[in-house]
Design a protein around this ligand. Structure first.
Ligand code: PLP
Length: 458
């Protein structure tokens, strides 16, 4: 069992902020502070539960990815980092990413319009998705997006039609599946064959899409894309996928005499959720491995180096965010192997679905006061009507924990708010950003009144 002390892992010695907690987390008088603001002040002002993002940490992670790409691909053709907005997007967050030199990946009208509202130029926005609507494609082309990542032959035809009607040429990146299977859980592994994403290299669908793109009058083939999953620690998985997609680039050159200008290696870079998790490779380790694959491809094929892009989401915002909860009911359950203390908090699977969806592990720490007294094996659960409504399966927490104490769950910045629901008619928590002792509200907390406005009482 681990103590809360160990959970306050410092930034890594090489300076990359790859710990579990945001870089600007501290304890002052026993109380957890983030960005210089105490947990209790945040909850007093913005309610509980509350998502808190350390702006400096999120910016630093974005910057680290951009620097890593710039460094690793300096002698090749350079590259771009597209922040995967689905991990967490707000207008301010999109603006921060643009300020750090990143582009934004979107995959719906809502994400696209958030990036546009942030003033991100279309040339720094990508559109993804396996089932884009005509309206989404129109909006993307109107905004002049960097590329539309096309997922199927049917979609290729739709984009051709929309681009033709608009009198435009659509920049197309083809999403291919390399057969490389990686990621912590089957549902977040997206490059093997039996799933909904992409155009398979092995069945020939990818090459067919290339032919159709080249033959179309309103499409320009600007790139190939591969995304192999999420929460991937193994650099070799990215290398294997890179080799497969680069081989496809060489084959396209041989077959069609066309050098595809860009290669997008997708996202999926791992973060640490608990101290038991492996420390993930630094951004530069991943990008150096990708650059190695690109260099070998350039040497072997004799083709010009492609411009590259990557799409990290989780690894930028995940560790930058924590969730604060207020403790309510505490119950001891007697088990054969001893007793387990169930600590109920005022949120749950509606603000963090990942444990229920992927059996994701998290940790927690007492935030509102000194946590280092006698520890008790605990399970942190939500307030929803499901026994699977577990936030933290197993964690040592203070024996003196009681109603009104605040708990902090780290590494909830990605896929927390963005996957939140109103299950049990719970209003979704707000999102605040902290930086140098000041707080900004990125997304205001919902109220039950908000939810009732959707009810037409018909
Ligand atoms: C989800 C996704 C990402 C981001 O994944 P992370 O695990 O958050 O880095 C990037 N690209 C595509 C196509 C995705 O579907």
């Amino acid at each position: 069992m681990t103590s809360p002390l160990e959970h306050l892992a410092a930034p890594e010695p090489d300076g990359s902020p790859s710990g579990i907690w945001p870089m600007n987390v501290d304890r002052v008088g026993g109380e957890l502070t983030i960005g210089g603001v105490s947990a209790s002040d945040l909850v007093a002002q913005f309610g509980s539960p509350l998502y808190v993002i350390d702006e400096g940490d999120m910016r630093a992670r974005a910057h680290a990815w951009k620097s890593a790409i710039d460094e690793s691909f300096a002698d090749l053709a350079g590259g771009d980092v597209f922040y995967a907005g689905k991990a967490f997007l707000s207008v301010a967050a999109a603006r921060w990413m643009a300020e750090e030199g990143l582009s934004i990946d979107t995959c719906s009208e809502g994400e696209l319009r958030t990036a546009i509202a942030a003033g991100v130029p279309g040339s720094k926005i990508g559109l993804h998705g396996n089932n884009k609507s005509r309206a989404e494609i129109e909006l993307a082309l109107q905004a002049g997006v960097a590329h539309v990542v096309v997922d199927s032959l049917a979609e290729l035809a739709l984009v051709e039609q929309v681009a033709g009607q608009r009198g435009q040429t659509a920049p197309i990146v083809l999403r291919v599946t390399t057969g490389v299977h990686a990621g912590g859980h089957e549902y977040i592994s997206t490059a093997h064959e039996d799933q909904k994403f992409g155009l398979s290299i092995s069945t020939g669908a990818a090459l067919r899409a290339v032919e159709e793109t080249l033959a179309a009058s309103h499409l320009e083939l600007v790139g190939l894309h591969s995304h192999i999953g999420s929460q991937i620690l193994a650099v070799e998985a990215f290398q294997a996928a890179a080799n497969a997609i680069l081989a496809l680039r060489a084959e396209i050159s041989a077959l069609h005499g066309v050098t595809v200008p860009e290669i997008d290696f997708g996202g999926g870079y791992a973060i640490r959720y608990t101290v038991i998790d492996d420390v993930p490779p630094a951004p530069l380790t991943y990008t150096a491995a990708l650059a190695g694959a690109v260099t070998a491809h350039v040497v072997e094929s004799g083709l010009a180096a492609p411009r590259v892009s990557i799409e990290p989401g989780r690894s930028i915002v995940g560790p930058a965010g924590i969730t604060l909860y207020t403790v309510g009911t505490i119950k001891n359950v007697e088990l054969e192997e001893g007793s387990r203390r169930y600590v109920s908090v005022d949120g749950g699977m509606s603000d963090n679905i990942r444990p229920a969806l992927y059996e994701a592990d998290y940790t927690a720490a007492l935030a509102s006061r000194e946590p280092f007294d006698e520890q008790v094996r605990s399970r942190v659960v939500g307030k929803h009507c499901e026994s699977g409504d577990i936030l933290v399966k197993d964690v040592a927490l203070s024996a003196s924990l009681g109603p009104g104490d605040l708990l902090a769950v780290p590494a909830t910045g990605a896929y927390g708010r963005s996957m939140a629901s109103n299950y049990n008619m719970l209003p979704r928590p707000g999102v605040v950003a902290v930086s140098d002792g000041s707080v900004k509200q990125l997304i205001r907390r919902e109220t039950v009144e908000d939810l009732l406005t959707f009810d037409e009482d018909a």
